[in-house]
Structures are given as structure tokens and as C-alpha cells.
Design a protein around this ligand. Structure first.
Ligand SMILES: NC(=O)c1ccc[n+]([C@@H]2O[C@H](COP(=O)([O-])OP(=O)(O)OC[C@H]3O[C@@H](n4cnc5c(N)ncnc54)[C@H](O)[C@@H]3O)[C@@H](O)[C@H]2O)c1
Length: 445
């Protein structure tokens, strides 16, 4: 059976490598061979929204040599806002930190001629003389951004999900391999993998604290995401891009865009083994109006593994329903409850008695991602967890394909799928909203 290249590093090796990277980074005190002997690491931000702004600040805080060198977005208003926001946040953090702060305002050094707008902005940022790029635009663009960054020899922080369809996923896998060959970092924003409480808990789970894991049920039950009413002068394409969460070709639908965090933790609990197939129920019960595009609002996936085990994932984006973001992991000797929204990581025996609970402080996982990425680059051992991220992204894509078509979808079918969701050419003009999928009628391609 064809499988996505297995996890780059086993969980234990990964933790060891990260710890070593941090230690070596401290010892070598800022030797930076990769940037031409300079102590500076120039970063470029591609996709200047909420997450991009946060990632830029985290990168600047991760290492005193980091300079925000260039920025790119498809919309000028988003770019301008992010530029002002990053400067403002850095100024106030530096004030908060006082005399010893390394967050000088000149570390945000992206003048107008290094701020790019449009669909080619990603290439301009990557070619602007940067060492590292932060890829935080919409999911449908991630494969081509990763490919170009790797082709140009850049390290990257890459937000999840990594793709929205099979062709995109295959491109990401090829880039992940090429990055490995060229010793480039590709750290994927599956942020819970960088959360100390989750790491400790999943280390317990994978280390046998529950005996043999028999099944897991993960949930991502939440409200719907924002909707932006159409403004005078917006083309169809702009309207869809401004409401990107609700268009499958851009976001991949919410099981791929948002709940993929929980799908990733399903994979984590199952030892990062790819499932053989998935059956998934889904539909659209409470979405109306053009801003809601063509996405579903609920999914319920059943993953089947080669050894006969099953894993379950449910997600919902419907207002006025109870929320939940928990992983319920069951084993032959106990269970684990891992909550994504509250720092609650607990293991119980079969008798229901608590056996283990994570109690230590937890550093902001988004900051940890950047701390570890930049330390690993400094150490010459850049973290590349892109194949593992691709594995989890494919699990979510295959569930969406199963829900849309009503068919059971195998790993190979999803990986080999010919379905390309993004329009062939992107021009600011007419673009009809694709139809909402109907299980039993929508074809598996
Ligand atoms: N790890 C997490 O917890 C987390 C949290 C939020 C978002 N995310 C992910 O981060 C990504 C961005 O989400 P967000 O909330 O910041 O969205 P956002 O809409 O706030 O920002 C995305 C930005 O990318 C820009 N953009 C879109 N296409 C582009 C292109 N082709 N070239 C350049 N710029 C482009 C948009 O104009 C926008 O400014 C998504 O993949 C999302 O799933 C991850």
C-alpha cells in the first residue's frame, strides 16, 4: 500500500533533536553560517492576516538576529494593517521588556519597496533576499508557496493545512523530500505538537501508559467563522477570497482548515500511522446566504486502520450548540482526556481513578514553534516535520472527499486524486460559487 513518507522523526527522536538544537544554539552563540556569516536572519511574511501577524512577532521574539525584511499579501489593505500592527506590537513589547529588550523597532525593516501586493507577491518576497519565509496565506496557495521557497533554498514556517486536495498534497510531499535533501527547515504550524502539556500527555500515550491504544475520538465542535457581506466593487473572486473559510477551493472546508488540528491529534494518538480508509457523514444544516459559500457545517469521520482498529473524529461549526475540543483516547489499560481549549491533560486507569495529570507551566505553543525553528536553523539542523504534517492534512482531505461523495475513500484514492479545487487562472472577475456537494451524487475524482 502506498503511504505518505512516514513521519520524518519518531516522536522521541524529534524531542531529542529539538532539545539538542536548543542546546547547541545556545552554545554556538549566534554563529550563522547559512546567512553568509551575518548574525542576521532576514524573514519574509507571505499572507499578512491574523496568523501572519502573530507569526512575524513570534519569529522576531524567537531570536534577536531576526529582522522582518519583506512582506506580501494579495490585498493591500491587509498588508498595510499587518505592517502597522507588527510595528505597534513590537514597540509595545519592547517598552514592556524595558532596557534589556532586544525588540528594537528597526528589526521591522520592510520598507515600501519590499512590501508586495498581488498573486505573485509570494515570489517577490521569496526573491527579496530573505533566509526564512513565514507562509500564512490561504491553504489553497500553500503547495506552490512551499515549492517555490524550497526551490529558492529558503527555510519556512508553514501554517496548517498544507493543501486542500490530492494534487496539492503530492506537491507538498515532493517539496518536503527536496527540503530534507537540501537541509532546509519546514516547520508546520500544527501548534499542539509544540505544546508542553500535549507533548507530555501524548508521550505517555505513545509510551504505553494506556496499554495498547484501541481507539480515539477527537472533537472540534465550535461556532461558525466570520462572514463579510459583499462590498461595492468586489468581484466574485474578491468576495470569495474575503470569505475564504466558506469556500472549499480556498480553505478545503472546515474539517481541513480548522478541525485538522484534531485530526492531527487523532494521528498522534494512533502513532502517526496512516489509516487505510475513511467513511464520513457530513452536511450543511445551518448555513445560508452567499457568504457561506459551499462548505458543509458538520462532519463525522470513521477511520479504519490496517490492524482493524477504528478512530473517530467529529467536527461542527454551528452557532448556539455546545462546544468541545477534546481527544478521548482509549487503551487496554486506561484512557486519556486531552483538552485543546483548557490545559487539561489527564490519564485514568480502567477503574476511573486518575493516574497522571500534567501540572507544569505551559509556554505559548506558537512561540515555542518559532523558538525551536530558529534554534534549529542556527544549529544547522533545521526542523522539517512537513511529511508528518502532510499525513495529517491528507487524513482531513480524505474525510471531506468521503463526506462530499458519500463513498468510502482509501488512502491511495485521496493521495492519487486528480481533483484540483483551485480555478485554473485567478483573475479579479466573475467566478460562480461551486455547488454544494451532495453525497451519492458528487463524484469521487
Ligand atoms: N495554527 C493555528 O492555530 C492557526 C490559527 C489561525 C489560522 N491558522 C492558519 O493560518 C492561515 C491564515 O489564517 P488567518 O486566520 O491568518 O487568515 P487571515 O484571513 O486573517 O489572513 C490570511 C492572509 O493571507 C492573505 N492571502 C491570501 N491569499 C494570498 C496569496 N495568494 N498571496 C499572498 N497573500 C494571500 C489574505 O489576504 C490575508 O491577509 C490559514 O491556513 C489558517 O488555517 C492557523
Amino acid at each position: 500500500m502506498k503511504r505518505v513518507n512516514s513521519v520524518d522523526l519518531t516522536r522521541r527522536e524529534f524531542v531529542k533533536t529539538s532539545a539538542a538544537a536548543v542546546a547547541v544554539g545556545a552554545l554556538t552563540t549566534r554563529t550563522l553560517a547559512h546567512a553568509g556569516g551575518s548574525d542576521r536572519i532576514k524573514i519574509g511574511l507571505i499572507g499578512c492576516g491574523g496568523r501572519g501577524t502573530g507569526a512575524a512577532v513570534q519569529a522576531l521574539r524567537a531570536d534577536p538576529g531576526v529582522v522582518l525584511w519583506s512582506m506580501g499579501d494579495v490585498f493591500k489593505d491587509r498588508l498595510d494593517t499587518a505592517y502597522q500592527n507588527v510595528r505597534g506590537i513590537i514597540a509595545s513589547l519592547s517598552q514592556e521588556e524595558g532596557e534589556g529588550s532586544t525588540l528594537w523597532h528597526d528589526r521591522v525593516n520592510a520598507p515600501e519597496d519590499r512590501r508586495f501586493v498581488g498573486f505573485d507577491a509570494y515570489k517577490q518576497v521569496i526573491d527579496s533576499g530573505v533566509d526564512v519565509v513565514l507562509l500564512t496565506s490561504y491553504p489553497c496557495f500553500r503547495p506552490r508557496e512551499i515549492a517555490y521557497a524550497v526551490e529558492r533554498g529558503k527555510h519556512a514556517f508553514v501554517e496548517k493545512p498544507l493543501a486542500v486536495d490530492g494534487p496539492g498534497l503530492r506537491s507538498v510531499l515532493a517539496s518536503a523530500d527536496e527540503a530534507k535533501r537540501r537541509n532546509l527547515g519546514l516547520l508546520v504550524g500544527f501548534c499542539w505538537r509544540y505544546n508542553a502539556g500535549m507533548r507530555a500527555c501524548f508521550d505517555q500515550v505513545n509510551g504505553g501508559a494506556l496499554g495498547r491504544v484501541t481507539t480515539v475520538h477527537t472533537t472540534y465542535h465550535t461556532n461558525t467563522l466570520p462572514r463579510r457581506p459583499r462590498q461595492e466593487g468586489w468581484s466574485d473572486l474578491e468576495f470569495q477570497m474575503r470569505n475564504w473559510w466558506h469556500f472549499t477551493w480556498i480553505s478545503g472546508d472546515h474539517i481541513v482548515e480548522q478541525a485538522v488540528h484534531s485530526v492531527d491529534r487523532t494521528a498522534w494518538a494512533m502513532g502517526d500511522l496512516p489509516p487505510e480508509r475513511v467513511t464520513c457523514l457530513g452536511g450543511r444544516a445551518a448555513r445560508s446566504g452567499p457568504e457561506h459559500g459551499n462548505v458543509f457545517d458538520h462532519f463525522a469521520a470513521v477511520y479504519e486502520y490496517r490492524d482493524g482498529r477504528r478512530a473517530f473524529h467529529t467536527c461542527r461549526q454551528i452557532d448556539r450548540c455546545p462546544g468541545d475540543n477534546t481527544d478521548y483516547v482509549y487503551g487496554t489499560e486506561g484512557s486519556a482526556t486531552v483538552n485543546g481549549w483548557a490545559p487539561t491533560y489527564v490519564i485514568k486507569g480502567l477503574d476511573g481513578e486518575e493516574r497522571w495529570r500534567y501540572r507544569d507551566p505551559i509556554k505559548d505553543m506558537y512561540q515555542v514553534e518559532h523558538d525551536e525553528l530558529f534554534a534549529s536553523i542556527r544549529a544547522g539542523k533545521p526542523i522539517n516535520d512537513c511529511s508528518r504534517g502532510a499525513n495529517s492534512t491528507l487524513m482531513a482531505i480524505m474525510a471531506r472527499m468521503a463526506a462530499y461523495t458519500g463513498q468510502t475513500v482509501t488512502w491511495e484514492q485521496a493521495l492519487d486524486s486528480k481533483e484540483r479545487l483551485m480555478p485554473e487562472t485567478l483573475e479579479w472577475g466573475d467566478l460562480p460559487t461551486p455547488p454544494v456537494a451532495v453525497p451519492g451524487q458528487t463524484k469521487l475524482i
